[in-house]
Design a protein around this ligand. Structure first.
Ligand SMILES: N[C@@H](CCC(=O)N[C@@H](CS)C(=O)NCC(=O)O)C(=O)O
Length: 219
């Protein structure tokens, strides 16, 4: 039995989108972040990242976690790339070179894009984009992002997808990081190839299905 722990309003979007693409049956346990609850250890609290039952699965107390017949994996991108190789056919790497390129782009997104992009995402989501502090945070994050986003933009100038000339799990991993910056439309406009690629990723019916499931969850 394949199980994914983690609600849609989290980095679990990555494996959950991938599983919508593959159509693989799985059990979904929508563990939520403890910080979203007033009292995460209350007897009637929903299963969350501070629940004893979840800490027994991931002592770090973070989602997502995957359990594939007893094979436990954390790290959203590791899970997504694993699921693609195991259940995704050509959504996964088909040889060693593709595997290495997938890792390259996933690590690149996780280390060069995710953190500053999240700063932008939170500032907009919390309606702070026009406050002096929020605007300063956004400007700093945008500056940190320009070099990696320019690299992606250049790479995508004459390509449709990141690896193997087809949509793969790697596109999911990177798109779900770039999405965090997309509220900053002026920044995205500096990178038209990247913006077009993100739009292609998000035009996929399975992305839209994942997004609907996310919107259906309480904020
Ligand atoms: N690098 C990890 C980050 C996991 C992570 O930070 N998850 C967040 C939700 S998106 C979480 O569980 N936060 C709750 C907490 O840290 O207490 C991954 O990609 O899976």
């Amino acid at each position: 039995m394949l199980t994914i722990y983690g609600c849609y309003r989290s980095r679990a979007t990555r494996p959950l989108w991938l599983l919508k693409e593959t159509g693989t049956p799985f059990r979904h346990i929508p563990v939520i972040q403890a910080y979203r609850l007033a009292d995460p250890v209350a007897a009637d609290a929903p299963l969350n990242t501070a629940s004893e039952a979840f800490l027994a699965i991931n002592p770090q107390g973070q989602i997502p976690v995957m359990d594939d017949d007893g094979f436990l994996l954390t790290e959203s991108m590791a899970i997504t790339l694993y699921l693609a190789r195991r259940y995704g056919g050509d959504l996964g790497a088909l040889d060693g070179m593709e595997d290495s390129l997938s890792l390259q782009w996933a690590l690149f997104a996780a280390t060069s894009i995710e953190a500053p992009a999240l700063v932008i995402s939170y500032a907009y989501a919390q309606n702070r984009a026009t406050t002096p502090e929020g605007a300063a945070e956004i400007a700093k994050a945008a500056e940190q992002l320009r070099r990696p986003l320019a690299r992606l933009d250049g790479f995508l100038a004459n390509r449709t997808w990141l690896v193997g000339n087809r949509f793969t799990a790697t596109d999911i991993c990177v798109a779900e990081c770039v999405r965090y910056a997309s509220a900053h439309s002026a920044l995205m406009a500096e990178f038209p190839n990247l913006s077009d690629w993100l739009a292609r990723c998000q035009a996929r019916p399975r992305f839209k299905a994942m997004w609907e499931a996310r919107l259906a969850e309480p904020a």
